[in-house]
Design a protein around this ligand. Structure first.
Ligand SMILES: Nc1ncnc2c1ncn2[C@@H]1O[C@H](COP(=O)(O)OP(=O)(O)O)[C@@H](O)[C@H]1O
Ligand SMILES: [Mg+2]
Length: 220
């Protein structure tokens, strides 16, 4: 694919939104077209589904309803935002993706990790990130930081422990496509390690760092 698709995963307050912003700034400064997006959301339909999913009015939603709504939002996201952006050479940074469904609905809600992964693979026609950064932090630290109150944050400690363990299992199963970082380090330190790893998946089209090698309007 001409561009790149990079995902940030992790529990509440792990620093996903912070790292998305820092990486976006670094990549824009290096001449990339960057699209920052999030799940659930990223599209008009996805944001509407997000309201349903995370609003207090949805407390007690059946677990399967929740799983299907996340998958529906992701289907729209993959088909109408992520794929077209990557196809034109952009770097797409998503705050959460498939592994969040596997961790929250598959593991923590007990619907089955493989079943939820399969649902998402169907929904996205198999769109796999080039790199998934798992920001790993003790849930008590993350929840202490989290600001955007949502329905998941109210879940008990065992739920968040299950989420964390699932992210780590997914990463361990495919080490080449994941980067697990301790997220209790200062944000700038985390960002530097993210940037280093992301270099390997960036589209070649953008000028290299510090490179005066670009040929404006030119051919190869
Ligand atoms: N590495 C870090 N160390 C300390 N605080 C952080 C770090 N990363 C983010 N924060 C702070 O923690 C809070 C939650 O961060 P955020 O990026 O919104 O997390 P998430 O999107 O994963 O829920 C914010 O107030 C943010 O400034
Ligand atoms: Mg966030």
């Amino acid at each position: 694919m001409p561009g790149a698709f990079v995902v940030f995963e992790g529990g509440e307050g792990a620093g996903k939104s912070t790292q998305c912003r820092l990486l976006a700034d670094a990549l824009v400064a290096r001449g990339h077209e960057v699209v920052v997006t999030r799940e659930p959301g990223g599209t008009a339909i996805g944001e509407a589904i997000r309201e349903v999913l995370l609003g207090a009015g949805s407390r007690g939603m059946a677990a399967r309803t929740e799983a299907l709504l996340f998958a529906a939002a992701r289907a729209e996201h993959a088909a109408t935002l992520i794929r077209p952006a990557v196809a034109r050479g952009a770097v797409v940074l998503s705050d959460r993706y498939l592994d969040s469904s596997v961790a929250y609905q598959g593991a923590a809600r007990g619907l089955g990790e493989e079943r939820i992964a399969e649902l998402s693979r169907w929904a996205t026609e198999g769109l796999v990130p080039d790199l998934t950064v798992v920001l790993d932090v003790d849930p008590t630290i993350g929840l202490g930081r989290a600001r955007d109150a949502n329905r998941m944050e109210a879940e008990p400690a065992a739920f968040h422990a299950g989420v964390r363990a699932s992210f780590l299992r997914r990463a361990a199963a495919s080490p080449g496509r994941y980067l697990v970082l301790p997220a209790d380090r200062p944000p700038e330190e985390v960002a530097a390690r993210v940037l280093e790893a992301v270099r390997d998946v960036l589209p070649a089209a953008a000028p290299a760092e510090g490179g005066g090698d670009a040929h404006p309007g030119g051919s190869p």
